[in-house]
Design a protein around this ligand. Sequence first.
Ligand code: 4GN
Length: 244
Amino acid sequence: MRFDILTLFPEMFEALGASMTGRAVKDGIVSFNVVNIRDFADNKHKRTDDYPFGGGRGMLLMPQPLFDAMESVKADNKRVIYMSPRGRIIDREYLEELASEEELVILCGHYEGVDQRVLDRWNAEEVSIGDYVLTGGELPAMVLIDAVTRLLPGVLATPEAAVEESVYSGLLEAPQYTQPREYDGIPVPEVLLSGDHRRIHLWHFEQSLLITKQRRPDLFEAYVRDHGELDKQERRILETIIET
Ligand code: 4GN
């Protein structure tokens, strides 16, 4: 999958060279073409922003550098995403839809935004990572890219990991522990050392239910309404937690 990323701050995207996104690049699963919008400014001061017509706060990215930058990545016939607090908030379903694309163009705004004609000309989808405002679209773009990349085949060690995990399964994850068995006087729950996979599974299930009910009653209610197949013991655990 190829991402064309249009930004005034290309150096921020060096972060994608680290960790799992960096691994995915080396493995040829994903590529990032980071384009500096300023390189397309045709005025001698390399200005990319100007005051909004009608007044208002701040500055807007002006059409000319953006039109030329979009043309340079052949954005016609590509899906174009604009990171914006006005956008549709991303969820797993939307991320999966994006992960099935061959290429995406991501436009990162700065200042107070971009001239609307850019968004209209390329039919940009406005996408948000949540109801808060940041100084630029770069961090939201990296959140989106990371979340999409880890859904691509070959990025996670096990393909099931992507579907079974927290939130996606409808429940939050149970607490986890690693070596040593006791640290600073605090032991790992005995059941996890038992080697009894059935008991361990039921403990994880119970812990997930408890933590979800406590922290995310909305998710818990949805799960109670619409859980998949449960065996007898799982049903008993769920019923007990509903009653308490
Ligand atoms: C996106 C962009 C937050 C989001 C942004 C978000 C840059 N902040 N919630 N800031 O996904 C106005 C024009 C703010 C650019 C934009």
